[in-house]
Ligand binder design. Structure first.
Ligand SMILES: Nc1ncnc2c1ncn2[C@@H]1O[C@H](COP(=O)(O)OP(=O)(O)OP(=O)(O)O)[C@@H](O)[C@H]1O
Length: 300
């Protein structure tokens, strides 16, 4: 378990992370969203023990991460721009990882050659951007990390490799109980991969929710009423985040339990009544508005 309590981090006069608290449970896949400059990379580096918070604490299995070799050996941070030693081949880089990470598995490294199919003898700087990213995943997963921290990992990968990486992440999480923390600007990617989602804005964590709970809690209601009766007054107990008319159809975004919402609308004798699921993008859009944030500058 990763327990983050009241951390802040400033660069000169810029406060990148502000009084942020968060718990990430073992074997979960946590998606971190937010606008450019929201503080995601800073938070990930703090979690990985690359930087020390100015205030607050970050504990992994009850122990600090910063300057703690045991915890650092349990986690791998994959940055948005892969970092390799100059003039090294993938095999040489693998030798280095083997010497540093106690969990390194030669067997896993060999297995993963079936997925990545990169030339191990070739110098890494000669690889394309996407191939370098594949090499980072190959090395990171061969270390059998308990925690994998990924900064915008999927960008630059082709669709087949994206799927392969997603499958590997599911496999590592389900079979070995690996915890993953993934920052991304891609809501669909996060929706596919993650079971828990956080959103940062100006250094703060403004949403921290289970994806299933979030989905089960917000509904799109499409309804139409007999025009002769006019539009009925909705009961005050309905928590409506948004409403709009599309011709004769009225669309409501409503928070609450599906059965209760349906029952409430049925009592108004609608001609049409449909309850539809929302995408993560839609849920965020309305949740952020509900939380009083200007949605446009936050969602990309
Ligand atoms: N090494 C640094 N020195 C000075 N300021 C920094 C440094 N690293 C980050 N910052 C500042 O901290 C803030 C948060 O940056 P961070 O890279 O964490 O954001 P981000 O959410 O990852 O952004 P993006 O989505 O654009 O990658 C920004 O205002 C940035 O300018």
């Amino acid at each position: 378990m990763i327990e983050i309590s009241g951390i802040s981090k400033s660069f000169q006069r810029e406060q990148a992370v502000k009084e942020l608290s968060l718990t990430i449970h073992n074997a979960s896949v946590f998606g971190l969203l937010g606008s450019n400059g929201a503080g995601k990379t800073t938070l990930l580096k703090l979690m990985a023990g690359i930087m020390k918070p100015d205030e607050g604490s970050i504990l992994m299995e009850g122990q600090p991460v910063y300057e703690n070799l045991v915890n650092k050996g349990r986690l791998i941070f994959v940055p948005d721009a892969p970092h390799f030693f100059p003039q090294t081949s993938l095999r040489q880089m693998a030798d280095y990882y083997r010497s540093v990470y106690p969990g390194w598995s030669e067997e896993r490294y060999k297995q993963l050659s079936q997925v990545f199919q990169l030339d191990e003898k070739r110098k890494l700087h000669r690889f394309s951007k996407g191939m370098q990213r594949q090499a980072s995943f190959w090395l990171a997963l061969s270390c059998m990390p308990e925690v994998l921290i990924l900064d915008e990992p999927i960008d630059g990968l082709d669709p087949i490799m994206r799927r392969q990486i997603k499958n590997l992440m599911f496999q590592e999480s389900a079979e070995r109980g690996m915890t993953a923390v993934i920052s991304s600007h891609n809501l669909r990617e996060i929706e596919d991969l993650c079971d828990h989602v956080g959103m940062m804005h100006q250094g703060r964590l403004i949403i921290d929710k289970d994806l299933d709970v979030m989905k089960a809690d917000t509904h799109k209601v499409q309804t139409a009423f007999c025009s002769a009766d006019g539009e009925p007054e909705l009961p005050g107990n309905l928590r409506i985040l948004h409403s709009e008319s599309r011709g004769s159809v009225r669309v409501y975004i409503v928070k609450g339990e599906r059965g209760e919402i349906e029952e409430t609308f049925r009592r108004l004798n609608p001609l049409v009544l449909d309850l539809l699921p929302l995408t993560l993008e839609e849920i965020f859009f309305y949740e952020m508005g509900d939380a009083g944030y200007e949605v446009q500058p936050i969602l990309l």
